[in-house]
Write a protein that binds this ligand. Structure first.
Ligand code: GPP
Ligand code: MG
Length: 287
């Protein structure tokens, strides 16, 4: 399944991709992700969904931070569960792709739920190694495999996937070649699920708050319209679109109170509240 184009330095094609890989390779002491993941060994690189339990902010001050960390982790795991809910019926013989798999949490959850093989790809060698160690520690490394590959050119076989998802990773790539690669990988009727942050075409261009998010993560948040143009151009037909914005705001409000907050919380809250930015779930079928 490996092609020469995926070997060694071929994975990183541009200076931009190298700078993104460098960010994730060197961002190793990120307590906002490690402290949460250490709770149960599911390491996420995405945000949370749902209401938080307000009692975590009350109770003994000495253990308050611990309670908030556990609650943020619960909301992030709930987000991944929501994404997986939309993959449709998956058989244990199917193969899935996690495009931009980070430290691996969503892939592990998919394998637990469906019992099928999952491949994750990341352009961060550090993340790939970390995630493979997690799969090995759980004894699922025969089923869940992470690869140092580029999601724009995965090298996996044509038509080999029943479903593909991107969990907050599409802001790192041009959507047209990305969805062309996904269309190649999916069999007819295969499903693509995306959770993303996108900016609002209706209110105009990129707001200051959205630009701050781009700057922090070295990403390029797309306008909402780009998703639907790029899906349509690549034979994807949307079946479900949900604006998750009101359901992610509580996560950010709670995150403002935690010791491991990074300072980006205010930008997310401003962007969501002013309406310049949406947290979107998009589900589409390949025809
Ligand atoms: C990172 O998650 C997510 C991104 C870099 C993509 C940007 C997402 C948008 C919705 C715009 P993380 O868990 O690594 O971030 P943090 O360290 O802030 O928790
Ligand atoms: Mg995080």
């Amino acid at each position: 399944m490996t092609t020469t184009s995926q070997a060694g330095t071929g994975v990183l094609r541009t200076e931009y991709q190298r700078s993104v890989a460098n960010y994730w390779n060197t961002n190793r002491k990120d307590p906002v992700n490690l402290r949460l993941g250490e709770i149960d060994g599911l390491f996420h690189h995405h945000y949370g969904i749902g209401d938080y339990d307000p009692s975590v902010l009350q109770g003994p001050a000495a253990t308050r931070d611990e309670r908030i960390i556990a609650e943020l982790h619960r909301l992030e795991t709930a987000q991944a569960d929501l994404l997986l809910d939309h993959l449709g019926p998956i058989e244990s013989t199917d193969r899935l792709l996690d495009a931009g798999s980070g430290r691996g949490g969503t892939s592990i959850m998919a394998n637990q739920r469906f019992g099928c093989a999952v491949d994750g790809v990341s352009i961060s060698e550090y993340q790939v190694q970390f995630a493979n160690e997690q799969a090995a520690a759980r004894g699922v490394d025969d089923q869940v495999r992470y690869h140092f590959r580029n999601m724009l050119d995965t090298g996996f076989d044509t038509g080999s996937r029943q479903a593909i998802w991107t969990n907050e990773t599409t802001m790192y790539v041009d959507l047209f070649p990305l969805f062309a690669e996904f269309a190649r990988l999916l069999s007819y009727g295969g499903r693509y699920v995306c959770i993303t942050g996108c900016y609002n075409d209706v209110t105009g261009g990129r707001s200051k708050a959205v630009s701050r998010i781009d700057e922090k993560y070295i990403c390029n948040i797309h306008p909402r319209s780009d998703y639907f143009k790029a899906l349509a151009a690549n034979n994807f037909v949307p079946i479900t679109v949900v604006d998750l914005t009101p359901h992610t705001i509580p996560y950010w409000e709670l995150r403002e109170h935690v010791s491991v907050a990074t300072g980006i919380e205010e930008a997310f809250l401003t962007a969501y509240r002013e309406g310049s930015f949406h947290y979107l779930l998009i589900v589409a079928d390949r025809v």
